[in-house]
Write a protein that binds this ligand. Structure first.
Ligand SMILES: Cc1cc2nc3c(=O)[nH]c(=O)nc-3n(C[C@H](O)[C@H](O)[C@H](O)COP(=O)(O)OP(=O)(O)OC[C@H]3O[C@@H](n4cnc5c(N)ncnc54)[C@H](O)[C@@H]3O)c2cc1C
Length: 541
C-alpha cells in the first residue's frame, strides 16, 4: 500500500450498522478511542436497522407484565431451542442463544430504554410454530418510530457522548482486509470510494459489516441450503447492497471459522420494490392471514397443510420452493387487505415511522386504506385487481411465468370451497387456516388486525386482489464464529484470534449462527445490540 494515508486508533470498526454503532457507544463509555469506517455514505449511517420495522424479541419486559403475559428466560430458551433445531456441534450458537434469552432485558431493553427508545404497548406474536413449538407467548416489541428511531436516538446519543471526540467516522470507504502482525489483528486496509488507500493501525479490530444476503446475491446462491435444491429463478433482494460477504471471506482466509452460511432467513412474500434501487430490488410484505395462498397454477399450497402465516417463516419459504415455478399468489379482497396486509420495514408503515398516533388508531379500526392504495399503485408488476373472480384470474395469467398458467376451474373451486366453509360458520371450520385465524383472534394484539372469518368473493368486500410473490433474501443466520466476548475463533483449534472481533449479522448475530435454523423474529436487531455491547465490554476489560 505505497502512498496510502495512515490513521491510528485503539479500536477500528468495519461497518456502521446497528451492531457497529452499539459497539462504538460501549467503547466510548469505557474511554476507548474508536475509528468507524463504512463503505456507505453518511446519510445511510445505521445500515439496515434504519429501514427496519423495529420489532425486537424481548423477554420479561414491563410491557409483557402489563399485558399479563407470563414469560421467563427458561420458557424463552425452550422455545428458542425448539425452532433453532441446533446441530450437535453447535456449542457457540447454543451459548449465544441461551445468553440472549437470559439477558435480553438487561442488555437490550434497558440499553434502549436508557436512550429513550420507546415501545408500543401491545406486544406482537409472530413465529408461533407449526410442527414444533415457536414463541409460547408474545415477545415482539415494536419500537415507536421503527428502526429509523432506533438509529436516530443512538446517533444522537453518540453525538452527545462526553467522549465524542474519541470517535472518528469515515464514510464512503471500503474495508478490504484485516492487517495481521505475528498472528494478531493490528489494523485494517481500506480504500475510499473515490480512490486513495487508507491504512488504519489499531489495537483491536471489529468486523461489523453485516450479512451475506445482499450484494448481487451471488453469495446467497453460492451458499444456498442444499436440501432446497437450486435457488429459484427469481430471487428478490431485500438486504444491504454491500452485504456481499467480502469480509467473511477475508476472515476465513486468516484462519477464522465462518459457519452455517447456508442458513439464511428469507421471506416468502416478496414483491418488486417500486424504488428499483438495484436489480431485483424487493419489498417484503407481511402476508395476510385471511388470504388464500396459491401456487403458480392457482392451486392452494398444502405443504402438507395450508400456509400457516405467523407460524414458521422458514416453512413458508420451503413450501413455496417446493411449488412449480417457485413463486406464489395470495388471493384476497379489499377488506382483508386493508385490515391485514402490511410491509416489513419503515418506509411504507408511515404511522409507525412518523409516530402518528391518530393515523395508527384509525388504520387499526378502519383499515389501512392508504397503504393498500399505495401498494396497488406502486407495485403494478405484482398486484392485480378486479371486481370478479374470472377477471382476476385472467389478469393473474397475464403475469404467469415460465409457461405456467392458472388452472381457472380449479382455482374457482378452491375459492368457492373456502367461502362455503366460512359461510357454514365456526362450528364447522374443518380447515387448519381457519382454526389458526380463530386462535389468532383470541389474542387482542392479533384480533385488531385479523378479519373475522372473511369470505373472498364477497360483494361488500370488493375489489378482489391477487399478489404475485417471490422469495426475498433478507438475513444471514450464519457468519463468523465468535465466543461470548465476540472474539473471532480460529477454524483449526477454536482459539481466539488475538485482536479480532465480530458483531451483528457478520457474526451470525453471535457465535456464527445463534439462531440455528430459525429465528423467533426480532432477534436480529436484538442480536446486534447484544453483540455490540458484549464486544465493547469484552474489549475494554
Ligand atoms: C426492511 C427490513 C426490515 C427489518 N425489520 C427487522 C425487524 O423488525 N426486527 C429485526 O430484528 N430485524 C429486522 N431487520 C433485520 C435487521 O435490520 C438487520 O439484521 C440488522 O440491522 C443488521 O445490522 P448489522 O449492523 O449487523 O449490519 P448492517 O445493517 O448490514 O450494517 C453493515 C454495515 O457495514 C457496511 N459495510 C459492509 N461491507 C463493508 C466493507 N467492506 N467496508 C466498510 N463497510 C462495509 C455497510 O455499508 C453497512 O452500513 C430488517 C431488515 C430489513 C432490511
Amino acid at each position: 500500500m505505497e502512498g496510502a494515508s495512515r490513521r491510528e486508533t485503539e479500536i477500528a470498526i468495519a461497518g456502521g450498522g446497528l451492531a457497529g454503532i452499539v459497539a462504538a457507544y460501549e467503547l466510548l463509555d469505557r474511554g476507548r478511542r474508536v475509528l468507524l469506517i463504512d463503505k456507505d455514505s453518511r446519510e445511510n449511517f445505521g445500515g439496515l436497522a434504519k429501514e427496519s420495522f423495529g420489532g425486537i424479541h424481548l423477554i420479561g419486559t414491563p410491557h409483557q407484565r402489563r399485558l399479563h403475559i407470563h414469560d421467563s428466560p427458561e420458557l424463552a430458551w425452550r422455545d428458542w431451542q425448539s425452532v433453532a433445531d441446533y446441530g450437535q456441534c453447535d456449542d457457540w450458537p447454543r451459548a449465544w442463544g441461551r445468553f440472549y434469552c437470559e439477558n435480553s432485558r438487561e442488555y437490550i431493553f434497558e440499553f434502549l430504554d436508557q436512550k429513550k427508545i420507546e415501545f408500543l404497548p401491545l406486544v406482537n406474536w409472530p413465529e408461533r410454530g407449526i410442527h414444533a413449538p415457536g414463541n409460547s407467548v408474545p415477545r415482539w416489541h415494536i419500537v415507536w418510530g421503527t428502526g429509523h428511531e432506533i438509529i436516530a436516538r443512538l446517533l444522537a446519543a453518540l453525538d452527545a457522548h462526553p467522549r465524542r471526540t474519541h470517535l472518528d467516522l469515515l464514510f464512503d470507504t471500503e474495508v478490504s482486509g484485516v492487517e495481521m502482525t505475528d498472528g494478531r489483528a493490528t489494523g485494517l486496509y481500506s480504500r475510499a470510494i473515490d480512490g486513495g488507500d487508507v491504512r488504519v493501525k489499531a489495537e483491536h479490530v471489529i468486523v461489523a459489516s453485516g450479512g451475506i444476503c445482499g450484494g448481487d446475491l451471488s453469495c446467497v446462491c453460492a451458499n444456498w441450503y442444499k436440501p432446497w435444491g437450486d435457488p429459484p429463478r427469481k430471487l428478490l433482494n431485500g438486504a444491504h447492497r454491500y452485504g456481499d460477504g467480502m469480509l467473511h471471506t477475508q476472515v476465513a482466509a486468516l484462519g477464522g471459522a465462518v459457519t452455517h452460511l447456508d442458513l439464511q432467513w428469507h421471506y416468502a412474500a416478496g414483491v418488486h420494490h417500486p424504488a428499483k434501487r438495484r436489480p431485483d430490488d424487493g419489498l417484503s410484505l407481511v402476508p395476510p392471514r385471511s388470504a388464500l395462498w396459491l401456487n403458480a397454477r392457482g392451486e392452494r399450497i398444502m405443504h402438507p397443510g395450508p400456509m400457516p402465516v405467523y407460524g414458521d417463516t422458514r416453512h413458508l419459504v420451503a413450501s413455496v420452493l417446493a411449488q412449480p415455478g417457485q413463486y406464489s399468489w395470495q388471493v384476497m379482497n379489499w377488506k382483508i387487505a386493508i385490515k391485514e396486509l402490511a410491509v416489513s420495514g419503515c418506509d411504507y408503515m408511515t404511522a409507525f415511522r412518523y409516530k402518528k398516533k391518530l393515523a395508527l388508531a384509525a388504520s387499526l379500526f378502519f383499515g389501512n386504506k392508504d397503504l393498500v392504495e399505495r401498494l396497488i399503485r406502486d407495485c403494478p408488476d405484482d398486484f392485480v385487481v378486479a371486481d370478479h373472480l374470472d377477471d382476476l384470474m385472467e389478469r393473474m395469467d397475464e403475469k404467469s411465468l415460465y409457461g405456467l398458467t392458472i388452472d381457472r376451474a380449479r382455482m374457482a373451486a378452491t375459492v368457492r370451497a373456502w367461502d362455503d366453509m366460512i359461510e357454514r360458520g365456526p362450528a364447522y371450520f374443518n380447515d387448519e387456516q381457519l382454526r389458526r385465524i380463530a386462535n389468532a383472534r383470541a389474542y387482542r394484539g392479533d384480533r385488531v388486525r385479523t378479519c373475522k372469518f372473511q369470505r373472498i368473493v364477497d360483494p361488500k368486500a370488493r375489489p378482489l386482489i391477487a399478489i404475485r410473490e417471490f422469495i426475498l433474501s433478507r438475513k444471514s443466520l450464519g457468519g463468523i464464529q465468535t465466543d461470548l466476548q465476540c472474539r473471532v475463533l480460529r477454524a483449526a483449534d477454536g482459539q481466539p484470534i488475538p485482536g479480532l472481533y465480530a458483531v451483528g449479522e457478520a457474526a451470525g448475530f453471535g457465535g456464527g449462527g445463534m439462531h440455528g435454523k430459525r429465528s423467533l423474529e426480532g432477534t436480529f436487531l436484538g442480536g446486534c445490540v447484544l453483540s455490540g455491547r458484549l464486544a465493547g465490554r469484552g474489549m475494554a476489560s
